[in-house]
Design a protein around this ligand. Structure first.
Ligand SMILES: [Mn+2]
Length: 384
């Protein structure tokens, strides 16, 4: 039996996209940088024979030369494991690439762009061919795999590549038909940051996703894939969660809350204290907010600095204005005339059934009331 660990999209050196207090920026940057150290620990625990890294290992523009030196030293601690790297669009093999700045140990193969490379060897009684291709530019429109066929179907054939599972893309388009006709058992891909495994015409196709979440879009579990092979076409891939922290997105409805303290408590009711202090939280504030509560969102974020490792508050609420007095016929104030005008418009649009127009009018009404009453726009997003 052969064990393979498959990762991609580490993005070491990438500027962070989370709301973080200053000292936590360093912590988080290091957690991203050290993901491969935890992965190598896992390789040792599992006694994996192969480590596949499908590109975007580091950021060409931001990674530190000493980090890449440390990475080469790290791989020299697993001399029995074959390490394959296929550079991607964030770490292309440009002449000044950090890939050329260090001496890689003998167990490391970095695929270049000269064509689809192949490395043949035997591990645990299974004959293996690893094919790979590295990027040498930031953009790659050509479907480079279009005429690819494995050389020998009786071997375990693996293809390692950074690319986009799509008919057209500027990130090396990989068409399903190219996978189907390739003859490979396993496609080790990188580029998509969400973990995903598919079977395409008998080929196991995997995006492991980024091992650590890199921005608030990376919601949910992140980790690596552990692949076990018992023969040339017997391949099974299992996701193994590994990220130190998770991105969590939740909604909090502010409707009916009467005081600032109630709003604070509603925000603090998400997750357990342990999960709040460990993870990156995106909390969308929805519903209708009592206009008497003046929410200072940047202030709240600082107030909760010890409660959440990272907190983003997304305002999607509207202020809960009492419209009835404004709709009274005798009320001829500016606000009342404005609201009546827009309500009339809304009624007409509702009859024509254009929901999008109705939504725009409703937002316009709340924007206008915010402007007239608060002197600034507090309503931010769509109503429904
Ligand atoms: Mn990437």
């Amino acid at each position: 039996m052969l064990k393979i660990v498959h990762t991609a999209d580490v993005h070491a050196g990438r500027p962070l996209c989370f709301e973080l207090e200053e000292e936590r920026r360093y912590i988080r940057r290091r957690e991203v940088e050290t993901a491969l150290w935890r992965i190598v620990d896992f390789v040792k625990e599992e006694n994996a024979q192969i480590l596949l890294i499908a590109g975007d290992v580091f950021e060409h523009l931001y990674a530190r030369p000493s980090w890449v030196k440390d990475l080469a030293l790290l791989f020299s601690t697993i001399p029995e494991t074959r390490v394959f790297i296929a550079p991607g669009n964030h770490d292309p093999l440009l002449p000044d690439s950090l890939y050329f700045s260090v001496d890689w140990p003998d167990n490391v193969t970095i695929f270049d762009s000269a064509g689809i490379g192949r490395v043949s060897f035997e591990a645990n009684g299974i004959e293996v061919d690893v094919y790979g291709l590295g990027w040498a530019a930031f953009v790659q429109r050509d479907p480079l795999l279009s005429s690819f066929r494995v050389a020998r179907r009786d071997r375990l054939n693996i293809v390692l590549l950074h690319g986009d599972l799509a008919d057209q893309s500027v990130y090396l388009p990989i068409k399903q038909e190219h996978i189907a006709s390739s003859g490979a058992a396993y496609f080790a891909l990188g580029h998509i940051h969400v973990p995903m495994a598919r079977n395409i015409a008998g080929t196991t196709v995997v995006y492991p996703g980024c091992p650590e979440p890199l921005d608030f879009g990376d919601e949910g579990q992140r980790g690596i894939y552990l692949v076990t092979c018992t023969g040339p076409s017997e391949v099974s891939a299992e996701f193994v969660p590994m990220a130190v922290r998770t991105v969590r997105a939740v909604q909090v409805d502010l409707t009916g809350l009467d005081t600032g303290e109630q709003v604070r408590n509603a925000i603090l009711a998400v997750g357990s204290p342990e999960d709040r202090r460990r993870d990156m939280w995106k909390i969308t504030l929805r519903g209708r907010l009592n206009p008497e509560i003046e929410l200072d969102l940047p202030g709240l974020r600082h107030e909760f600095a010890d409660e959440f490792f990272s907190l983003r508050l997304e305002p999607e609420f509207v202020l809960d204005y009492d419209l009835d007095p404004l709709l009274a016929p005798e009320n001829q104030s500016l606000e009342a005339r404005f609201v009546k005008k827009l309500m009339e418009l809304k009624r007409r649009l509702q009859q024509t059934g254009d929901a999008q127009e109705v939504d725009i009018i409703e937002r316009a009404m709340y924007y206008g009331l915010d402007a007239l009453r608060q002197g600034e726009i507090i309503t931010r997003r769509r109503l429904d």
